[in-house]
Design a protein around this ligand. Structure first.
Ligand code: SF4
Length: 211
């Protein structure tokens, strides 16, 4: 465990949502997810993987008492639901403009503000869950690959890059991971990673409260 995460855990124990000021049912752990994980209607035509939301991730969070904070879709914010763009332009090209990047940076700052507000009163932010490998807004590609705390490459979606840069600037150390629902085997592996991480942090918290 890093010094930063030890400090955060100590802060949570001193000030956190289970402190004397907040005796209620909340679990105190939050995961940020991109809009379409909870609302497939946000996806571009032909890109929805299910009717409504990713049932497996939602069930996992319900089982683990983890709240979900939804990040608005960067494509819809910048381009509208129709993703309007000049003929022949890819979605990536349409989003990768000064205006599109500025829109993603603004969204990243707003989400980082929310993360910091929660962390300041002791909530545990488990991470950010992005999208499929080709998503212009939300793809997640780390360098080196496989390390969810490593910086993101230029191949990543523009919003994920903006979030990564904002978190680094502000010293916010939370993992950015992917949920690749366009590929069944990758989805299984991504869900397994999330389950292990959620269970491990839940056990840590139990240990903290018992110690
Ligand atoms: S840009 Fe992101 S949030 Fe929007 S539909 Fe694509 S993957 Fe989902």
């Amino acid at each position: 465990m890093t010094l930063l995460s030890k400090t955060r855990r100590l802060t949570k124990r001193l000030l956190g949502p289970n402190s004397a000021t907040l005796h209620d049912a909340r679990g105190g752990r939050i995961l940020l997810v991109i809009e379409c994980i909870l609302n497939q209607n946000a996806r571009d035509r032909g890109a929805a993987s299910c009717a409504a939301m990713n049932r497996e991730l939602v069930s996992l969070c319900l089982d683990q008492n983890i709240g979900l904070l939804q990040i608005p879709c960067p494509e819809i914010r910048a381009l509208g639901w129709e993703r309007k763009r000049p003929a022949g332009n890819s979605l990536r090209e349409a989003l990768d403009t000064p205006e599109g990047r500025a829109s993603c940076r603004k969204l990243a700052r707003d989400m980082a503000d929310r993360v910091e507000q929660y962390q300041a009163v002791g909530y545990e932010i488990l991470g950010v869950v992005g999208g499929n490998e080709q998503s212009p807004g939300c793809a997640v590609h780390h360098v080196p690959a496989g390390d969810p705390h490593a910086p993101l490459s230029q191949e990543s979606g523009l919003l994920m890059q903006a979030l990564d840069e904002t978190f680094i600037l502000r010293g916010v150390d939370i993992p950015i991971v992917q949920l690749r629902d366009a590929d069944a085997s990758k989805l299984v592996s991504d869900l397994q990673w999330l389950k292990q991480t959620m269970t491990a942090t839940g056990e840590d918290d139990k240990g903290d409260s018992e110690s």
